[in-house]
Design a binder for this molecule. Structure first.
Ligand SMILES: [Zn+2]
Length: 145
């Protein structure tokens, strides 16, 4: 059994759900059987995480809500162009960077709920990517390494 941290793309609700395995998740997602407990939407995706970058703290500037749409498009592009997609290897990569085993680089990928909690416990900086910031063209082929 595997517990995934999930996000509803329609209402941004975050919740956890159990699956027999990652393939069970994919199957149910494809069949539209995943449902958001909050809005009953079926656009439910695995929560993706990115390391929080120091120095980019949200400053009090213009109303973030107003610029959000523009920002989301930019952020998607930025993530797609500058972040390495590490799929479900995110926790491993983030941890290696945190402990100095590998060089820091921007990455994004998927975590299970357990991994997310473990990273938080260890103080490894990682933040959930807002669903709107996730590049639509998430690479599906796992052959790229
Ligand atoms: Zn929802």
């Amino acid at each position: 059994m595997i517990r995934y941290a999930l996000t509803c793309e329609e209402c941004d609700a975050c919740f956890d759900a159990w699956f027999a395995g990652s393939q069970a998740f994919d199957k149910q997602a494809e069949a539209g059987q995943l449902q958001c407990p909050q809005c009953d939407g079926t656009h439910v995706v695995k929560q993706v995480m990115a390391p929080s970058v120091s120095g980019t703290k949200k400053t009090s500037g213009p109303d973030p809500e107003k610029v959000f749409g523009r920002l989301a498009a930019k952020a998607r592009q930025h993530v797609a162009e500058n972040f390495d997609y590490v799929s479900d290897g995110f926790a491993h990569e983030a941890r290696a960077m945190h402990y100095g085993d590998i060089e820091h680089r921007p990455i994004w990928g998927e975590t299970t709920a357990e991994e997310r909690e473990a990273l938080a416990d260890e103080g490894v900086p990682a933040t959930p990517l807002h669903p709107a910031f996730v590049p639509r063209a998430a690479p599906d082929d796992k052959d790229i390494n």
